[in-house]
Design a protein around this ligand. Structure first.
Ligand code: HPA
Length: 273
């Protein structure tokens, strides 16, 4: 049976045969943020289904395409649509695209996601740059035998999100006049939203936003040696003492609206890289 490493290499080899450029910047675009890639020039795309061993996207708001082209004069490769543990994918499957990007020679990874705000100063529609995360999924993409060619057994997590890139994001936000929050993201399994008591707990342990993605991908990316920068669109704010039902249609609509601002910010960052 073909192993995980061979699957990654086959998928990367297949994608490489479509690339005339060698992108060093990779983008992972989450809920409502698929439109971020619209501004890319000379774009070409590949459906996930077309790539050998690539998992398939089951979430409606996610597209399931690999897009490559030039953005802010830089060659980039973007994944529109990601895989979540709550869909039933294993941590290995969720992290598969990250390994493929690394095999393609990508060195800088920019990720975005939707998240619920826990910090009471946040508003729906805010953008947050991640300074750190808490993995509460109870899973790790690194459990099991370590592939030494890819990274070390016990990767250091003192700076999962590159301080240099967080600073660059803040400088870019200032220059583009886009308000950017900073904070800690807590990753949960989902798919149910949090209870009021869970929301209180997540805030107490030091999180500013909660979501159902990011952490598997970022842990994989740190292991693989990427320089990582993460953003969340705050689609709703959860206050345990004034708890309101979250409406999934509203969450997606807010992510779509804020996605335009995030696209502008990401473009500014890519141009400065
Ligand atoms: N909780 C978890 N994930 C989310 C939320 C939320 O409130 N909003 C968007 N993604």
């Amino acid at each position: 049976m073909i192993g995980f490493k061979e699957k990654v290499e086959e998928a990367a080899g297949f994608i490489a045969s479509y690339l005339d450029i060698k992108p060093e910047i990779g983008l992972i675009l989450g809920t409502g943020l698929g439109g971020v890639a619209a501004g890319m020039e000379n774009q070409e795309s590949l459906a996930y289904e077309a790539v050998p061993h690539f998992p398939r996207s089951t979430v409606e708001s996610h597209l399931g395409r690999i897009v490559f082209g030039t953005w802010a004069q830089k060659p980039v490769i973007a994944l529109q649509g990601r895989f979540h543990l709550y869909e039933g994918y294993s941590p290995e499957e969720v992290s598969f695209p990250i390994r493929v990007l690394r095999a393609l020679g990508v060195k800088i990874l920019l990720l975005s996601s939707a998240a619920g705000g826990l910090n009471p100063n946040f508003r729906a529609g805010d953008l947050m740059v991640l300074t750190d995360h808490i993995n509460l999924t109870g899973r790790s993409p690194l459990a099991g035998p370590n592939i030494d060619d890819w990274g070390v057994r016990f990767p250091d997590m003192t700076e999962p999100y590159s301080g240099r890139l967080v600073e660059l994001a803040e400088e870019t936000a200032l220059a583009e006049r886009i308000r950017l929050r900073r904070g800690v993201y807590v990753g949960v399994l989902g798919p149910n939203l949090e209870t009021a008591a869970e929301t209180r707990f997540l805030r107490m342990i030091g999180a500013d936003a909660v979501g159902m993605s990011m952490v598997m991908e970022v842990i994989t990316a740190v292991h693989a040696g990427f320089e990582v920068l993460g953003f969340s669109v705050i689609t709703n704010v959860n206050l345990p003492d004034c708890y309101m039902p979250a409406n999934i249609e509203e969450i997606i609509a807010t992510a779509n609206r804020a996605g335009e601002r995030l696209s502008l910010l990401l473009e500014g960052i890519v141009s400065r890289l």
